[in-house]
Design a protein. Structure first.
Length: 358
């Protein structure tokens, strides 16, 4: 047994309550374990850890840009890093899947898993992450239960209506409301599904004045569908370098996620579509050169600034058929199936499965 002394440590025979000590020579020690007298074992009662409520698939980055930025890109690297994280991250759960290149990772919410992904990026890992899914339970009588979170929001009184509308649309139920000198204190119960993407929208609706936090409340009967993304996306149908001329022709019906002269690949999500359907586009088309000059042929191209997403915003944005590609220098959105033919084939297979289930 050692205690900390200055910048180092020294070995001691005994330590008093409150001392921070280092124990050497123990095998397979886990968090919440008690170390007892062999002749008189009286372990402390372990603290219950809140169960994971959100799961996502971590897989090897298989995009055409794989290995360009990261140092650790194989499934072995990914597995070793996740197993190492389990030693200190008590709320995390990692399961291996039939696909040796993918791991099912469960945690206490989007922020919990987002911090892990961000740390891995900074350490030089490349990986692809699927849309977050809530962990459901089914009772013996067949009743479907979902995790319900207790959400607390403090917001100026003038912005209360926007908060109530946002939470209400996501199946939240108001439990308590207090007015404290112009500030309103709101408490809700809300499905964990409804929290995905809520923080960004709430900050937008309240001009950044809302303060919110949440924790696990209970498992309760599922409250029905929560609205998802209302817009489709634009998907690149070729690889190359994005071109301002092509982007200028598309920007009237698109909000771009990329800048001009940025490398793109087939299957990458390059913009949000103004309509609710996905659109395959070519953002690399260059202007055809000729020796004829016409009015307007040399017009100035002015592009709207691209919307650059943080990791958490990207995870909130994607749908079931999309992935977030996280590398040390980039956050990209992409389709699971990169080619248009593969996406159509996967869509037909899914439709056939749904018909059989019905």
């Amino acid at each position: 047994m050692q205690v900390f002394d200055g910048l180092g440590r020294k070995t001691v025979e005994e330590a008093a309550a409150g001392d921070i000590v280092a124990l050497i020579g123990l095998d397979a020690v886990d968090i919440a374990d008690s170390i007892c007298d062999f002749l008189n074992p009286q372990p402390l009662e372990a603290t219950d850890i809140e169960p994971p409520t959100l799961t996502m698939m971590f897989s090897v980055n298989d995009s055409p840009f794989a290995g360009r930025e990261g140092k650790y890109v194989t499934s072995r690297n990914l597995r070793e890093r996740l197993m190492k994280e389990l030693e200190s991250n008590v709320a995390l759960k990692v399961e291996e899947t039939e696909n040796k290149d993918a791991f099912k990772v469960s945690g206490r919410g989007l922020l919990h898993l987002g911090i892990l992904i961000e740390n891995m990026r900074r350490e030089g890992y490349e990986l692809s992450i699927s849309k977050p899914q809530v962990i459901m339970r089914r009772e013996e009588d067949g009743t479907l239960l979902e995790p319900i979170e207790y959400l607390v929001v403090d917001v100026p009184e003038k912005n209360m209506g926007g908060v109530m509308e946002l939470v209400g649309n996501r199946k939240g139920e108001l439990v308590r409301m207090d007015n404290r000198g112009g500030q309103v204190h709101l408490e809700f119960t809300i499905p964990a599904r409804g929290l995905i993407g809520l923080r960004t929208r709430m900050l937008t609706a309240t001009q950044g004045t809302a303060v919110m936090h949440h924790n696990f409340h209970e498992y309760a009967v599922a409250r029905g569908d929560v609205p998802g993304r209302s817009n489709g996306v634009m998907v690149s149908n070729t690889g190359g370098s994005s071109n301002a001329y092509a982007m200028n022709n598309l920007q009237e019906r698109a909000t771009f996620f990329i800048d001009p002269a940025e490398p793109v690949y087939e299957g990458q999500v390059v913009a949000e579509n103004a309509r609710d359907n996905d659109l395959v586009v070519n953002p690399t088309t260059a202007k055809k050169l000729s020796n004829m000059r016409t009015t307007g042929s040399d017009e100035n191209i002015i592009l709207k600034p691209a919307r650059k997403m943080t990791l958490e915003q990207a995870l909130e944005y994607i749908e079931d058929d999309e992935l977030v590609e996280a590398t040390p220098n980039s956050i990209r959105l992409r389709k699971k199936h990169l080619t248009e033919a593969a996406r159509k084939k996967a869509g037909r297979s899914k439709a056939q499965v749904e018909v059989v289930e019905v």
